[in-house]
Ligand binder design. Structure first.
Ligand code: F3S
Length: 754
């Protein structure tokens, strides 16, 4: 295990540490003294303190040291800007950035890419120069979708990775625990802080039998989503095992792990097997495959390991499924789909079929899809619906161009889009239906929430395997079951489609295509990070001020929010995403969705200095300009939703000191602490009702100590006597330092200077 094997062909000096992983795992094994699941082994072998770490699944917070970080271009902007403010010369953990989210599908791959390069020039320039400066591998626009590139180049069995995108778990197809996180977590790991994860439960999915015919790996996860539902995987890792696993291709396993995000799973993993070994070989990483074989006993579950929950699926009986519309867990087997269409009055005509995306764009997927398309062409017919193809990476695109599948899909009527997210993330200039017009589309993607693909809430989006998408697109209707129904050939004769077929890996090896990777240069000191001071999309972050060491007196309540206040209410998405890299501009959306308890309205609060009613961000800016700190009062589970760090950065930027609520969603609470904001909760939740929106409060910040309550004095606006309220908090020692220094990053910067 002490061999020196590089993690990836793209970097030098980052070795796979199976020896270290093994020794940490043995420490934990002795402590727990029971058979372990594979997911547990990966996590425990990456513990910061395997001796001292408390380990109880579903309870303890594990402090982990991931092997890698991957960021997509939309989330990388703020992550890197924050990292820069820590003043470190390079990232502490190997990191890559991937340009895939900002390319809009309009007229086809090359043109769309050129247009995106022009529109997003300043963002790409910033990412490319900052990556060069801080020793981050940079995958340029056109290189492909983050998860595909990670699988092709960076994932390896037994590894732990975090990525700033929900479908990071895709790398589970190579036996890696890859977990989607927010930018703030990525920054921690880039800056060498341990990363915290609540010890997940593990749901086992035992696969028996073998796939055949029209059934694909996608159908396994479509079925699992139906069983577990969109909430069923919350707080859990899904671990596949059993004899059926060996019949799946590595990329097929990746598809399954990818879409585990749809059931809320922390991640999904497959044990190391020969199919992974073959894939490593095909992607020029045979040495990693051999190394993994020497550690193989720990790259799977122990005999007798007990799962927190167990699901069994017999692959020999598995039917193709179509899930949707509007939610990925509404799973219908193809044999029942026509009835479901009728019963639910889903629009029968199929307008568009889309294959590819990070979920389903492997060589195998494209080969099988092309085999169906070829069958149709041989019968003289083509796609009836609009048909798009998104290759997952430049390597896939170049290989299927060389091997002919791309031409077949084009002849069939396909428009080949850029190697990027495109319609999957709503980057789709769709023109064939008007907004509000009910219509059906089907894709091989993973997500089908209302409006996700084309911003039309009336679009019924279904997800299925690429095979099913091609077959449906050919029929032009949802009322078609390729397993039983016939089509008409060009002469009007009936024929049945042959079962799809296709190789898992290209027999002539992969063609890498155009060179789209930018390695960090040797001499990084002279690199200047490109941010124009006049940019409205990017802004260099100044470190936040340290705490002044005093209690904060007589502060106004910016807003007393009532009811649900999610991260979307605090920092809205949609058009605001454009300003992700510009804290001052995006702060104009701060809390604009929160409901003011004083008037039941959103984005209308009273400015106590002027008596005027104004927007929340404008009022906060006015207080800030007058040197007045403010607080927010919130209701239950404040900050639920996403891990978006902007929801914590914005109140800090606009001069807030504390958010005081009945309770917090944990990730948001931690994000607030990281930015130097005080997240506090009412020790007695009813105290929320005692405070009126126009009251003033004092916060005894000098009292902040681990496990100690915190005093707030309330000065009622109606002249009643001042009263005290006890507040609770969850700060530990290091986190109190974050508050004192102004943020977690300031704290890192301070330690680094020492
Ligand atoms: Fe991109 Fe869609 Fe995947 S947005 S990362 S292709 S889920």
């Amino acid at each position: 295990l002490t061999k020196k094997v590089e993690m990836t062909n793209w970097e030098k000096g980052h070795y796979i540490d199976y020896a270290g992983m093994n020794s940490r795992l043995n420490i934990v094994r002795q402590r727990l003294n029971r058979p372990l699941m594979y997911a547990e082994k990966i996590l425990y072998s990456h513990l910061d303190d395997p001796h001292g770490q408390e380990i109880e699944r579903g309870k303890s917070y594990l402090r982990l040291r991931p092997d890698r970080v991957a960021c997509q271009d939309a989330t990388a902007q703020m992550a890197i800007l924050q990292f820069m403010s820590a003043g470190m010369p390079s990232v502490a953990t190997p990191t890559t950035v991937h340009c895939d989210h900002l390319i809009e599908a309009q007229i086809g791959g090359e043109k769309d890419l050129e247009r995106a390069q022009a529109i997003n020039k300043e963002v790409y320039d910033f990412l490319s120069t900052s990556c060069a400066k801080y020793n981050i591998g940079f995958w340029r626009p056109g290189s492909g979708i983050i998860h595909q590139i990670v699988l092709e180049n960076y994932a390896f069995p037994g590894a732990l990775m975090i990525g700033t995108d929900s479908h990071t778990p895709n790398a589970g197809g190579l036996g890696m625990a890859a977990i989607g996180v927010g930018g703030a977590d990525a920054v921690d790991v880039m800056a060498n802080l341990p990363w915290e994860l609540k010890a997940p439960k593990v749901i086992g999915v035992k696969l028996t039998g073998q796939l055949s015919g029209w059934a694909t790996p996608k159908d396994i996860i479509l079925k699992v989503a139906g069983i577990l539902t969109v909430k069923g995987g919350t707080g859990a890792i899904i671990e596949y095992h059993g004899p059926g696993v060996n019949s799946l291709s590595c990329t097929g396993m990746a598809t399954i792990c990818n879409m585990g995000a749809e059931i809320g799973a922390t991640t999904s993993v497959f044990p190391f097997n020969d199919r992974m070994y073959d894939y490593l070989g095909a992607t020029n990483r045979k040495e990693i495959g051999d190394f993994a074989r020497s550690y193989a006993a720990e790259l799977r579950e122990d005999e007798g390991a007990e799962y927190d929950e167990l699901v069994e699926i017999n692959l020999s009986e598995l039917e193709p499924h179509i899930n949707g519309p509007f939610t990925p867990d509404l799973a219908t087997p193809i044999s029942k789909f026509k009835d479901a269409v009728k019963e639910n009055k889903w629009p029968e005509e199929l307008k568009v079929g889309l294959i590819g995306s990070c979920t389903n764009s492997s060589y195998e997927d494209m080969s099988r899809a092309a085999s169906i398309a070829q069958d149709a062409l041989d019968h003289g017919i083509k796609a009836k619906s609009v048909f798009t193809v998104t290759p997952g990476s430049e390597q896939i695109r170049a290989t299927i161009e060389r091997d002919g599948q791309l031409k077949t899909l084009e002849d069939f009527g396909g428009m080949v889009l850029a190697n990027a997210c495109g319609p999957c993330i709503g980057q789709w200039d769709r023109r064939d239906v008007k907004k509000g017009e009910p219509n059906s589309i089907i894709s091989s993607y993973n997500r089908n929430f209302t409006g996700r693909n084309d911003a039309n809430p009336a679009t019924h989006a279904f997800v299925a395997s690429p095979d099913m998408v091609v077959a449906m697109t050919l029929a032009g209707t949802l009322n078609f079951n390729p397993l039983t129904d016939t089509l008409k050939d060009k002469d009007g004769n009936d024929f049945k489609l042959a079962e799809p077929s296709g190789a898992g890996l290209p027999s002539n090896g992969f063609d890498p295509g155009n060179d789209t990777y930018q390695a960090p240069p040797e001499n990084r000191e002279s690199v200047n990070v490109a941010v124009s001071p006049t940019s409205d999309r990017l802004q260099i972050l100044e470190p936040f001020n340290a705490w002044d060491g005093k209690d904060a007196l007589d502060m106004p309540i910016l807003i007393k929010a009532k009811g649900k206040t999610t991260t979307d209410h605090i920092s809205m998405a949609g058009p605001w995403l454009k300003y992700r890299g510009h804290l001052d501009n995006i702060s104009n959306n701060m809390l604009i969705g929160a409901i003011n308890s004083a008037n039941g309205e959103a984005n209308k609060v009273k400015n106590f200095t002027t008596g005027e009613t104004d927007a929340v961000p404008a009022t906060a800016r006015d207080y800030k300009s007058k040197g007045i700190k403010w607080v927010v009062i919130g209701d239950w589970n404040y900050g639920e939703g996403s891990s978006r760090e902007h929801a914590a950065l914005e109140p800090r930027h606009l001069g807030g000191l504390a958010i005081i609520t009945r309770s917090f969603a944990r990730i948001h609470e931690t994000n607030l602490k990281k930015q130097g904001m005080l997240p506090l909760t009412f020790a007695t939740p009813e105290d929320y009702d005692k405070i009126q929106p126009e009251d003033k409060v004092d916060l005894m910040c000098t009292e902040l100590a681990v496990g100690q309550p915190f005093t707030m004095k309330v000065h009622p606006a109606n002249g009643d006597e001042t009263f005290e309220v006890k507040l609770a908090h969850t700060y530990n020692e290091p986190q109190i330092e974050w508050f004192k220094n102004g943020s977690a990053l300031n704290t890192m910067a301070k330690h680094n200077k020492k």
